[in-house]
Write a protein that binds this ligand. Sequence first.
Ligand code: HEM
Ligand code: HEM
Length: 225
Amino acid sequence: MTDAAFHDTTNSGGSSGGRVRVWDPLVRIFHWGLVAAFATAWFTADELQPVHEIAGYTVAGLVAFRLFWGLVGGRYARFTQFLRGPGQTLSYLGDMLRGKERRYLGHNPAGALMIVALLISLSGTAFTGWLMAEPTRVAMLPALPQIVTPAFADEDGEYGEYGEGAEGEGSEALEELHEVLANLVLLLVALHVAGVVLASFRHRENLARSMLTGDKRGPEPGDIA
Ligand code: HEM
Ligand code: HEM
């Protein structure tokens, strides 16, 4: 790949071969807190509603924190450090298929895309859960019924109104959407973990352990730091 010109290839610290700090403590607490909160929300869904809702709000709070930290956090926590445009992302994915993608000290372009997808789908799941928990909240969104109810029209082509309460067709559509989003998150998590395992093998380093300790092998020639 010849995209070195697009990237900052300078080594920001640490000697080649040594360990360098990449993930700050708040990114690590955020990550494993998110894993725990999502797992709790998943396993308590339809089982233990109060715990489910607290876990869901915890997910929302963690995502909100991460958006803030992406603006003001350390070098490798910042969105400007790891978010790439479509061209570079596609070029990286092409390199992955050819098995010659470069090693990134921070998030690689495919990982960065996955992070965006995870943050958006987690937000959507928590938001639809929040809407569902109290029927009057849906009334605050006048545009939503036109967007989601047609697929749930009854045989006469009439649509349920959200205002009619938790048992209305609108709330069924919302519950469906909440579940679809939760399942989408699960699918993305599976791909995310597969990506982590693949990158760990390709670059011969344990990336999951780095997300625990914060440290990674220092940049070597050809790496993008
Ligand atoms: C519910 C499950 C999970 C979710 C929602 C999730 C979400 C995320 C997010 C949002 C990031 C970005 C971190 C940041 O910069 O703030 C990330 C990175 C990362 N996650 Fe996860 N994750 C999950 C499970 C896992 C698991 C089980 C592992 C271990 C195998 C793992 C390993 C990693 C690693 C190594 C990174 C850094 C990737 C890189 O080197 O660029 N994640 N994850
Ligand atoms: C972001 C994390 C969340 C995940 C992964 C998640 C996941 C799920 C799943 C999979 C279901 C379907 C359960 C089933 O019918 O089999 C469900 C139902 C539900 N969730 Fe969530 N949820 C999350 C957040 C929330 C939040 C923040 C709230 C509200 C404060 C909430 C409220 C509900 C309600 C009211 C139901 C319907 C339960 C029932 O069937 O009576 N969820 N959730």
